[in-house]
Ligand binder design. Sequence first.
Ligand SMILES: [Fe+2]
Ligand SMILES: [Fe+2]
Length: 244
Amino acid sequence: MEEFNKDPFEILTVEHYPIIEVASALAAIRSGSEIDAEMLRKAVDFIRRFADRYHHEKEEAILFTLVREKGLDVSPIDAMEKEHEMVRWKVRKAVEALDNGDIRGAVVNLREWANFIPDHIDRENHSLFPGLARFFDEEERNKMLEKFKRVDEELGTLQDMQKMADELFLAILSKTGEAIVEARAVREEERDRFVERLAKMMPENTSLIVMYDEEAEELTKSLKGFEIRELRRKDVYAFKIRRK
Ligand SMILES: [Fe+2]
Ligand SMILES: [Fe+2]
């Protein structure tokens, strides 16, 4: 992961991947009867600590603040901040439900979080960050990196985030048997590797439902020993990967 540590926009982009991983697992929870409250609390902890404080802190308190200071167009970041507020509210609702012993209510809110967050990430990866990056020179990027480092010192590292995401992904998947991976939110150059990693990690007799926007020929080739079935083809190329 070292190669990503040189550019703040790269860092923000790769921090999205453990978030998509956890969302993939949460999106496939059905009624909640298959899952226990403790696991949902752990998911909430991940979202609050890493998706929100660790990652959104870098976006809001560092990047977006600089965008405002530079006098750039703020409408895209205003929109992103509104979405951050919305997802925070969903998580608050999930915590309230858990506090009331309402697992079903918690699942509904976490699933809404999980269904929404990949869209948000997609817009940041494919539109917001590339659009903003060209306004930041090396000196400004280095300053951002310094500030990022301070967040890391306080809250943990990308490796910590990845570790917790993997634990959650495996724990939830082993209960639900399935994850729904919105791979379109991952940058194209990393998409195959992202899905391949999840596929190789998943327990026996579980499956991944994966959304691509085109046929995943290369990926399919690299997943020998897995059963791959095309699901439907309209605007999205979806397929199911099953560990035999
Ligand atoms: Fe964001
Ligand atoms: Fe983000």
